[in-house]
Ligand binder design. Structure first.
Ligand SMILES: Cc1cc2nc3c(=O)[nH]c(=O)nc-3n(C[C@H](O)[C@H](O)[C@H](O)COP(=O)(O)O)c2cc1C
Length: 192
């Protein structure tokens, strides 16, 4: 993989839901804590500087117009965070058999910042039938930006949650396995 920042790999967790009590955000927060634990254990360093967190509900992004939106300071800030990370974990709602428009907008706005990232995907959905809905998004990252998409998604429906936590042990296990794989693969590629 080319054009990455030098030094130990950095990680980024992105939550894309705008819902105030988002379930995918709950998943992202579980993943964030696990990732920070792994990175702190491995490096002995303050994991906060190696594992960044972005909640798109806290960021006012313009809608991508392919023109002046790229000059928005929030776009520059997020492009910098994405460029600086080697492994990125994304949590999104499923809307209309796809990731939500907010996440699609982020990719449109930050495009080339995604080049060659290792990417893990998690989503919250209303029902089991939308299981394959992440694939168009995964294809886009893979084919447009040569991202390495981990072949392990976490897909959770309402029964996996209480109002403020992820409860289903199987989903918690799958989040842990995804985080573990993201860190392992990203670190291995960084050494290659
Ligand atoms: C506009 C909209 C479209 C949705 N489309 C789907 C869908 O295609 N498939 C599905 O399983 N759930 C769908 N849902 C349900 C959401 O995926 C579900 O509420 C999920 O928890 C949202 O994620 P969040 O809680 O992180 O915001 C939709 C919800 C909304 C509001």
């Amino acid at each position: 993989m080319s054009d990455h920042p030098v030094g130990p790999p950095k990680f980024l967790v992105i939550s894309s839901s705008l819902h105030p009590t988002s379930r995918s955000r709950l998943m992202a927060k579980v993943a964030l804590e696990q990732m920070r634990g792994i990175v702190a254990g491995a490096t002995g360093a303050d994991a906060g500087s190696w594992v960044e967190w972005v909640d798109l509900a806290d960021v006012s992004l313009p809608i991508c117009d392919g023109h002046s939106a790229y000059r928005d300071p929030a776009v520059g800030f997020l492009s910098g965070l994405i460029t600086g990370a080697r492994g990125i974990l994304i949590a999104s709602p499923i809307y209309n058999y796809d990731v939500n428009a907010n996440l699609k907008n982020l990719i449109e706005l930050t495009g080339r910042a995604w080049q060659d990232k290792v990417v893990g995907l998690m989503c919250a959905a209303g029902g089991a039938g939308s299981y394959m809905s992440l694939m168009p998004f995964a294809n886009s990252l893979m084919l447009d930006f040569r991202c390495l998409i981990l072949p392990r998604f976490v897909y959770a429906t309402g029964g996996a949650f209480t109002h403020d936590s992820v409860e289903d042990p199987e989903i918690l296990h799958r989040i842990e396995a995804l985080v573990d794989q993201l860190v392992t693969v990203t670190n291995a590629l960084a050494k290659a």
